[in-house]
Design a protein around this ligand. Structure first.
Ligand SMILES: *Cc1c(COP(=O)(O)O)cnc(C)c1O
Length: 361
């Protein structure tokens, strides 16, 4: 097969130069004669790599010094448990803003560990979907924290304004948006992200946490989920996902070489605009999300004639445009266009969509 553009929501495509570098040094990393995945996480050469990856992420996101960066196990869902275990003292309540299926799942899991106040912010009007503006969210002034998901991977909803919580720590699940555009980390108490969308392979989860939030974990918190233990041990209390950490480091370096988050944000803006324009210009395809809250990473779209779905999927696959099937909850199609997706991939999709429309209208 010639070139393939993989639109999978996660695990998602990785930058080709990163994969080529990993392949090149797979059997003999930095002259050790071993693969990086065969080396001790306590070896000097591995630790130097790990520290550089963290430093590069700090630089990319301008992470202030009073934040710890943790390299954890357990994926995004692992954090659905770890966040309340670490940040929700017994007897207090946490607010959970729900704007789609991931934030809903986060709230459901948190209920196992304390009192959770669920705040639904989605609005549906005639099939069109929008969300309540962050300035209107009814956040409790005495919540232990407020959790939200700025980019809902399944629903294709993105909230760009950072909510003002008046001192209540803000917790964000950035699994599908981290590093896609600039964010002011100082506005957050905690940011977490599973790696397999915009950072690297699955198996690694990044947690960025303000230092004053450490050390208040519930007694039952498993040691491998305890942020303070992780921070005190440089994320090596137990064996970290060493290969995923290494590959994440290569992605951070790739992003820096590209000009950093500001540069990729511009490209992401162009990619998303190109695809939304194609959808909006056609009466064959549609996207029903309020334009102000449309995701730039995960773009769901629906064929008006849904009986053509299978044909669209098999023909797009044959054209080298893979994994476009929408999530089963929302149906239709979804194009995930994370940092690693080149603009050529989006252009190829748009060209295919236009030709498919011509053949089938
Ligand atoms: C993918 C995803 C998750 C779940 O990640 P896992 O690593 O599979 O647990 C959680 N939140 C968001 C926003 C996601 O996109």
């Amino acid at each position: 097969m010639s070139e393939v553009f993989n639109f999978c929501a996660g695990p998602a495509m990785l930058p080709t130069p990163v994969m080529a570098k990993a392949q090149h040094e797979f059997l003999n990393w930095q002259g050790t004669g071993s693969s990086v995945m065969e080396l001790s996480h306590r070896s000097g050469i591995y630790i130097a790599m790990a520290e550089k990856a963290e430093a590069d992420l700090r630089e990319l996101m301008s992470i202030p010094d009073n934040y710890k960066v943790l390299f954890c196990h357990g994926g995004g869902r692992g954090q659905f448990s770890a966040v309340p275990l670490n940040l929700l003292p017994t007897g207090q309540t946490a607010d959970y803003i729900v704007d789609g299926s991931w934030s809903k799942a986060a709230a459901a899991e948190a209920k196992n560990f304390g009192d959770i106040n669920v705040i639904n912010i989605t609005k549906e009007d005639n099939g069109n979907i929008s969300v309540l503006n962050p300035t209107e969210w009814p956040i409790s002034p005495n919540a232990a924290y407020v959790h939200y998901c700025p980019n809902e991977t399944v629903n294709g909803i993105e909230i760009n304004e950072i909510p003002e919580t008046n001192g209540v720590p803000l917790v964000a699940d950035m699994s599908s948006t981290i590093l896609s555009h600039e964010v002011d980390v100082s506005k957050f108490g905690l940011i977490y992200a599973g790696a397999q969308k915009n950072i690297g392979p699955s198996g690694l989860t990044i947690v960025i946490v303000r230092e004053d939030l450490l050390g208040h974990a519930q007694i039952a918190t498993p040691c491998i989920m305890n942020y303070k233990l992780a921070a005190d041990n440089d994320s090596m209390y137990n064996t970290p996902p060493t290969y995923a950490w290494y590959l994440a480091g290569l992605v951070f370096q790739w992003l820096k070489d590209l000009g950093g988050v500001k540069a990729i944000a511009k490209i992401n803006q162009t990619k998303a605009a190109l695809l939304y324009q194609a959808i909006d210009d056609s009466d064959f395809y549609q996207n029903t999300i309020d334009t102000k809250y449309r995701s730039k990473m995960n773009i769901p779209f629906w064929l008006k004639d849904e009986s053509l779905n299978d044909k669209f999927l098999s023909e797009s696959e044959a054209a080298g445009l893979t994994a476009l099937k929408g999530h089963r909850i929302v149906g239709g199609m979804r194009a995930s266009i994370y940092n690693a997706m080149p603009i050529e991939g989006v252009q190829a999709l748009v060209d295919f969509m236009q030709q498919f429309e011509k053949r089938n209208r």
